[in-house]
Design a protein around this ligand. Structure first.
Ligand code: AMP
Length: 287
């Protein structure tokens, strides 16, 4: 079930496609949870062959970020993927850093337009790392379709733009955010939170619900007022530090000044609970 060599994965996927089997790719960094498995299930429904990649990509972490600390839980990941019930049609691709970036590797994929703001402003090298590894994974897996979570909203925008700009022959499917019973969006980084911090982390999703209520039920169109209400809720958590709160166009991620005459918008947040940086977002259909 586990493949570590790019050549071997490409051969497996090519032999599937030769027989007309649609190949789906689910790129992950491991530390798998039900959010990831929802993508695996979606791929299993649509495709006769599924590749789940697990690669903690050093190029998408900044210098002072958590690359070394990032959860590496391969045995548990394997069990979770098996629990999706895809049996023989799934392969785990678990390459080493040397396999992905051999000595002399020296290329970068830079996607413009949707990567400079929000996450890109706080993590300037992040999206180059993401697009570089994702394009490699597209090519190595030869996938017909790739699955991404809306949890990383800006990432989905960046991948769609890369695919459109570079004419990459792959379909992109974006899947809904999976949350815990307390509303917290599932994330591998939630494992860094203590029990008390986990309770504090609920302010992210709660603040998004407050914003939705203001817009949809109370008819508020004043972006400043909505962001203020979101901020007030988040700051009820004593250890919360806000990186950004933004209300943006769902397609190009440009910040909106007003919601007048706007059919939908996305609210995006990045908040540190002590040292754990969490992101969340919500698409709002504006009546
Ligand atoms: P990661 O391992 O964090 O790089 O995530 C791999 C993929 O899983 C990305 O497309 C994420 O957006 C997606 N993902 C992570 N958490 C969730 C979640 N709670 N719900 C849905 N998708 C998720």
């Amino acid at each position: 079930m586990i493949i570590t060599s790019s050549g071997e994965l490409f051969s497996w996927s090519s032999s599937q496609r030769k027989f007309g089997v649609r190949v789906g790719l689910v790129p992950t960094m491991g530390g798998l949870h039900e959010g990831h498995i929802s993508l695996v299930r979606a791929a299993g429904r649509d495709c006769g062959a599924v590749v789940v990649s697990i690669f903690v990509n050093p190029k998408q972490f900044g210098q002072n970020e958590d690359f070394n600390l990032y959860p590496r839980t391969l045995d548990a990941d394997k069990n979770l993927v098996e629990s999706a019930g895809l049996r023989d049609k799934v392969r785990l691709f678990v390459p080493s850093v040397e396999e992905m970036y051999p000595l002399g590797f020296d290329s970068v994929v830079h996607v413009g337009g949707v990567t400079g703001m929000l996450e890109g402003a706080f993590r300037p090298t992040h999206f180059d790392g993401v697009s570089t590894v994702v394009l490699k994974l597209f090519n190595i897996s030869g996938a017909d379709v790739a699955y991404f979570g809306l949890k990383d909203y800006q990432q989905v925008c960046a991948i769609r733009k890369m695919v459109a700009d570079l004419n990459i022959p792959i379909d992109i499917v974006a899947c809904p955010i999976i949350r815990g019973a307390d509303g917290v969006a599932l994330s591998s980084r939630n494992s860094y939170l203590s029990a008390a911090q986990r309770i504090q982390a609920t302010v992210l999703s709660q603040s998004l619900l407050i914003a939705e209520n203001l817009i949809v039920s109370e008819g508020c169109r004043d972006v400043g007022k909505i962001i203020g209400a979101v901020r007030d809720k988040i700051l009820t958590a004593v250890d919360a530090k806000i990186d950004y709160i933004a209300i943006a166009d769902t397609k190009n991620l440009k910040e909106l000044k007003t919601l007048d005459n706007c059919p939908e918008a996305v609210i995006l947040l990045a908040v540190k609970i002590e040292t754990t940086r969490l992101i969340d977002n919500k698409i709002i259909n504006i009546p």
